[in-house]
Unconditional design. Structure first.
Length: 108
């Protein structure tokens, strides 16, 4: 599993029947900032993920990839490689909170 930020959405009007009705998001994986260990930092990669939890633009989410992406009830019959399986509320590393959704929402 990985932490990622929803950076956009994707619309594909032509797709296999199994994918009709599934929301597609552009997600960018993040990691702990190795230098400061005080925040999350982008990995510089992007993926398209099927959204199973109703995530929105700018939210940090939990994603899974590969064969694990097809182990949810919503994706077991879909040709997917990345799926959003949760919305992140907080991330704690050691004794430090490196991400808090409520604090970030109030900054907006």
């Amino acid at each position: 599993m990985f932490i990622a930020k929803v950076t956009g959405s994707l619309v594909a009007t032509q797709k296999v029947d199994a994918m009709v009705g599934h929301k597609l998001l552009v997600v960018e994986p993040y990691r702990l900032d190795a230098e400061t260990r005080k925040g999350l930092k982008t990995t510089g990669r992007t993926f398209v993920a099927v959204d199973t939890v109703g995530a929105g633009q700018g939210e940090f989410v939990l994603i899974t990839q590969g064969s694990s992406a097809r182990l949810t009830p919503e994706t077991k019959t879909l040709p997917v490689d990345t799926v959003v399986i949760g919305i992140v509320d907080t991330v704690h590393v050691d004794s430090l909170c490196v991400y808090d959704k409520e604090a970030n929402d109030s900054d907006s």
